[in-house]
Design a protein around this ligand. Structure first.
Ligand SMILES: Cc1ncc(COP(=O)(O)OP(=O)(O)O)c(N)n1
Ligand SMILES: Cc1nc(C(=O)O)sc1CCOP(=O)(O)O
Ligand SMILES: [Mg+2]
Length: 232
């Protein structure tokens, strides 16, 4: 345990506890979510985004098209991610994740059972579960063998209609009690990310702030670098 001055502790009594907690966890990282629709030049946009800074994972989240079309779109993106050592995660479908040999799958509450995903995808697959603003759902997901739990939407977003609005304190609660990584999602930008990082988020899942950045996706990713550094 590091010694803190009485002044430091008087100014912020939670400082020592957060310092110890954060020492045990790796730095917060970006988890990039694709736009819901993409076109052919998207591979170049993804490459530009990955040039912008460290990205731990990329989730292919395409909506309104069938699995065959998603599989065709996935091929160059999955290769790019493999070349850059970025985990390639498929949204919604355990079967599609299996078919593509993806690094993992993200499951919403109606997308399937994490146990079934584990059985089909094996021990090394990364399985994530949407938990909205619910401590109960997160503990259930952990018990079912998820590799991460996702809370959101923390902020208003135009990417998806959302019904839940957790407080950052759900992240602090989670990381105080559990080792399993937690993801924060929903309307996160470089400007509003700091409270989520300070609360203990292991990953920030971001879509619009990167793909709609005025200076392009590379700048969109680069803009997050200062916010990802934990300031206790
Ligand atoms: C990292 C991450 N967190 C949450 C979600 C949302 O999943 P879900 O609730 O299934 O909603 P859709 O994304 O399928 O619309 C996610 N995709 N990724
Ligand atoms: C896909 C998704 N799931 C959410 C949830 O709350 O579960 S919010 C969301 C949208 C994420 O995109 P953006 O960074 O553009 O807000
Ligand atoms: Mg889903």
């Amino acid at each position: 345990m590091t010694d803190f001055t009485e002044e430091e502790l008087a100014l912020d009594p939670g400082f020592a506890a957060r310092f110890e907690r954060d020492k045990r966890r790796p730095p917060c990282q970006l988890y990039l979510i694709s736009p819901p629709l993409i076109d052919a030049p998207f591979t170049d946009r993804l490459a530009a985004a990955l040039d912008g800074g460290d990205v731990a994972a990329f989730q292919l989240r395409l909506k309104g098209i069938d699995d065959h079309a998603i599989a065709r779109a996935a091929e160059p993106l999955q290769k790019l991610c493999a070349d850059r050592e970025v985990a390639f995660i498929v949204n919604d479908s355990i079967a599609l994740a299996k078919r593509l040999g993806a690094d993992g799958v993200h499951l919403g509450q109606s997308d399937g059972d994490p146990r079934e995903a584990r059985q089909l995808l094996g021990p090394s697959a990364q399985i994530g579960v949407t938990c909205h603003d619910s401590r109960h759902l997160a503990m259930e997901a952990g018990e079912a063998g998820a590799d991460y739990v996702a809370f959101g939407a923390f902020y208003p977003t135009t990417t998806k209609e959302t019904r839940h609005r957790p407080e950052p304190s759900i992240l602090s609660w989670w990381v105080t009690l559990f080792e399993l990584p937690c993801v924060a999602i929903g309307g996160i930008t470089a400007a509003n990310a700091a409270p989520l990082v300070a609360a203990g988020a292991d990953f920030l899942a971001v879509s619009g702030a990167v793909w709609n950045h005025a200076e392009g996706p590379r700048a969109g990713v680069a803009a997050f670098a200062p916010a990802l550094a934990r300031v206790a």
